[in-house]
Design a protein around this ligand. Sequence first.
Ligand code: ADP
Length: 545
Amino acid sequence: MPSPAMPGLMQDWPLTCNRILDHAAIQHPNRDIVSRSVEGEIHRTTYRELRARALRLAKRLEKWGLKEGERAATLAWNTWRHMEAWYGVMGVGGIYHTVNPRLFPDQIAWIVNHAEDRLILVDSTFVPLLENIWPQLKTIELVVVLTNAAHMPGTSLPAVPYEEWLAEVDGDFAWKALDERAAAGMCYTSGTTGNPKGVVYSHRSNVLHAMSASVPDMLGLSSRDRVMPVVPLFHANGWSLAFSAPMAGSALVLPGPRMDGEAIWELLDREHVTLTAAVPTVWLMLLQYLETTGMTLPWLERVVIGGSACPRAMTEKFENVYNVRVMHAWGMTEMSPIGSVCTLKPEVADVDGSALLDIQEKQGHAPFGVEMKITDDDGNPRPWDGRTFGRLKVRGPAVASSYFKGDGGEILDDEGYFDTGDVAHIDEFGYMQITDRAKDVIKSGGEWISTIDLENIAVGHPDVAEAAVIGVAHPKWDERPLLVIVPREGKSPDKADVLAFMDGKIAKWWMPNDVVIVDEIPHTATGKIKKTKLREQFSDYSFPD
Ligand code: ADP
């Protein structure tokens, strides 16, 4: 950076994450943080206490010997202790590294070794998993089990119970003074192709991202909100909520290990949650629970749905049956992660009924700090007309500039944009809609067919529980769509009937050439349809003549 001709005379206040927790503890000291603990009972604390314990943890980690720039892994559910772990680790200059327990054990071991984590903070649930991969782990020196001595599982690992370990020091500690550009956190992409890659957030990127994520046209968080992140902290930086909620002074409700419909409903209802966030699979379970029990959602105002496309039928249920505003959102690990949220700009604020659902099918518009473009395969920009698809590229201060250890090489184009690997169109008002992942899009006769659009329409059929579309080789058109469906329990949908249902909702040439009914569709560790596996499964398939 060149030095300025005339420097501004404002305080040089590094944007470090501890400032967020300081703010919450000063301005919102008694705000609730409610967790369903791993041990089962409901635990209550406040931002004041959470800050005090995070400081104590930072001191304990310093005493143990964690140095600035070193990594500490977490393998944990969303609870107050996991939040303390993030802030405590960052507070001593370390880097929280969230590990997704749903990955294959070998992949977890690979990630922990690659990150060179020195210690791991782990929920008792995952102690057996850790024991299983222990012989493969090369850098972990200490296992801190996020519980107390009374609940400590018997284990051969070099493990200590968090509460007693923490109690060995007092809380008299000052956050380490850090450069705002220092690494704060790490999260690996799930690596559906090749090895996972490490995304490294800085203090500055986390703070700026939390600010831009919480404004009214994005998540719109306030101190009157009671926010429940069902999305785990180990998914894509927890969708910013460990930073944006305390920054806004929102109360937090953390679901711990239970994400079934009943457990989620119980917390939404008892804790008067106003805003919650998760992937569509979680909401499918909740909606099924509500349907079978007749329960309702009187407190919930907004539900953020992202991670994969939110089916129209789901939006319709939340909006029209339960009176909950759906905020479709898109993002990725490399973007800290929020890239867009679908809230209503004045240009579309008056729409209702099916026109509103049309808008909500889009993933929305970008916050300050995210610039988007769509291009063809050669990098030429494509128009924002709401129809023309292109490769979606982004740049901004909370977008990755490279991966940990330089894996994957140079990832930005000559204008500094990162290729998201998604295919999208953007309309004149800036509303973006993902139509596919670049590797999933079907190229039929030189034109592109959106698999997501086809899936969304197919799951609207009353007998279809889940749908996936893949491209299958075709002698004339290169590739044509094959629709794979899982029936709803007790239903046996008819192929012709499903196709008739789709007819008229899409261009004729987008119609799937065939429908296959299966018991199950494979998923990734983050709950997305695993198209690579599905393509393998259907590698011998050929269309009927
Ligand atoms: P991975 O699952 O590959 O580890 P992420 O969790 O970072 O990676 O997921 C990012 C990807 O998820 C995006 O690039 C996009 O393909 C998909 N995605 C996220 N939100 C949405 C959404 N609302 N609609 C469609 N796709 C989405």
